[in-house]
Write a protein that binds this ligand. Structure first.
Ligand code: OXD
Length: 309
């Protein structure tokens, strides 16, 4: 029995080495050279081909090569009853928090303004923002967003978190549900999006919600491109309602060279690097799940298909 591997971004040989170091004892088949479909027992995938996973009659689990699972649920023809597991990794979480903190501090400390001033050899000072009176709103306060919120609070920012269901994080004002969204947005001078992408969150940052942010707010999106309606974001930046946006994720990746986001003066584009999954740390939980399946035990980090995270 074998593990199917499919990702154009990750190195199968590296994953195989770490999986077997952690005792998974698997043979790997790299898509599309999968051999007989009956051999495939596990799938370790990033953006599987739609309709492909249902071809394997003995598939017991699908493992996401990522914290997000939207790339798996985009396949509307997944095999029924096969659990989908995500990655929860402290290294990945720390990287994502670092990105958000960098984005907030970049804007909070006027770094783009200073770069512009330097290009004009101008000794120009910008009014210092008062950290303890500045509020960051973190949309999505699960594993990653919760860590981001805690770390921003530790830096002295006022921090609010917003999620679908109620949550509690010490030092963070936790709001939840659609009714609380306008209040959450209305007080978020810096907005960090780390929501999972589901039918409920797709396009959540649109003309209406962006207009609810305070004038001069900044947006950091390190979740998925499809959370944002790009035309609405550009309009909010062009009108001066928003002051800047740092985007790591896009509707189409790589971001096409002619996309207006690249050249917009108030947008920072990074190529989906907020969190770079490390097989050395992540293979351990995949190996653990493979061993659990063999022992007939419950799996770790299973995603609720109804919620999509
Ligand atoms: C992930 C990602 O889902 O890197 O882990 O986007």
């Amino acid at each position: 029995m074998a593990l199917l591997f499919k990702s154009i971004f990750d190195k199968p040989e590296e994953w195989l080495r770490f999986l077997n170091d952690y005792g998974a004892n698997v043979e790997m088949r790299v898509w599309p050279e999968t051999g007989p479909a009956e051999d495939i027992e596990f799938a370790l995938v990033w953006r599987p081909e739609p309709g492909d996973l249902k071809r394997y009659p003995n598939l017991k689990a699908i493992f996401s090569i990522g914290a997000g699972v939207d790339h798996i649920f985009a396949d509307t023809d997944l095999p029924k009853g096969v659990p989908v597991c995500r990655i929860k990794d402290t290294d990945l979480t720390a990287q994502m928090s670092e990105y958000a903190i960098y984005g907030v501090l970049h804007y909070h400390r006027h770094m783009a303004d200073y770069a512009r001033a330097q290009s004009e050899s101008a000794w120009r000072k910008f009014p210092r923002g008062d950290t303890t009176r500045s509020r960051v709103g973190v949309m999505g306060i699960g594993e990653i967003g919760g860590d981001t919120a805690r770390k921003l609070a530790a830096l002295g920012f006022q921090v609010s978190g917003w999620s679908r269901a109620p949550k509690a994080i010490e030092g963070v004002e936790c709001l939840h549900g659609a009714a609380a969204l306008p209040r959450f947005l209305g007080q978020s001078q810096y907005l960090v999006c780390v929501l999972p992408l589901t039918p409920n969150t797709e396009g959540i940052l649109n003309a209406k919600t962006l207009a609810q942010l305070p004038r001069g707010a900044f947006v950091v999106n390190m979740a998925r491109g499809r959370h944002v309606v790009n035309e609405d974001l550009i309009a909010a930046l062009d009108s001066g309602h928003l002051a800047g946006a740092m985007l790591d994720v896009f509707h189409k990746e790589p971001l096409p060279a002619d996309d207006p986001l690249w050249k917009h003066p108030k947008i920072i584009v990074t190529p989906h690097i907020a969190g770079d999954l490390n097989p050395r740390t992540c293979a351990m939980q995949v190996a653990e799940n493979i061993k659990r399946l063999r022992r007939g035990e419950a799996l770790l980090n299973i995603v609720n298909p109804a919620e999509g995270y």
